[in-house]
Design a protein around this ligand. Structure first.
Ligand code: AMP
Ligand code: ZN
Length: 120
């Protein structure tokens, strides 16, 4: 499905819900997270409605590559000049909340916290 009428991120792409846009081209859109957890925190999403990385296949290679390829430049432009972290939460176990694939780009605090809290 290229666009889901009920999906919050599809609505952001269509401009039906406001967002603070970071970048847009033919296939991807980037905007600031509404509840940032670090000084730099934005999301890069495909314009195509793909619920999660679990549904991705070879046909999505190009757009997934574009999301990664633009992350460094956008992170630097947003002030994360000395490194950043990318996170894609997937599914229930990955604690994904919005089911339109998105890559978090986090930075601006030095250093970021641990990637994941170790148990025990
Ligand atoms: P995830 O847990 O990976 O699904 O994260 C979803 C992210 O989307 C969270 O960090 C939310 O703060 C963010 N988010 C939800 N609604 C909006 C919105 N309208 N504009 C910007 N970010 C949003
Ligand atoms: Zn969507």
């Amino acid at each position: 499905m290229s666009s889901d009428p009920n999906c919050i991120f599809c609505k952001i792409i269509r401009g039906e819900i406001p967002s603070k846009k970071v970048y847009e081209d033919d296939e991807i859109f980037a905007f600031h997270d509404i509840q940032p957890v670090t000084p730099v925190h934005f999301l890069i999403i495909p314009k195509l409605h793909l619920p999660s990385l679990a549904e991705a296949g070879p046909e999505h290679s190009a757009v997934l590559g574009s999301m990664l390829a633009v992350a460094g430049r956008l992170a630097r432009e947003q002030g994360a000049t000395d490194g950043f972290r990318t996170i894609i939460n997937t599914g229930r176990v990955g604690r994904q909340e919005v089911y339109h694939l998105h890559m978090h780009v986090l930075g601006g605090s030095d250093p970021l916290g641990p990637m994941i809290i170790r148990r025990g």
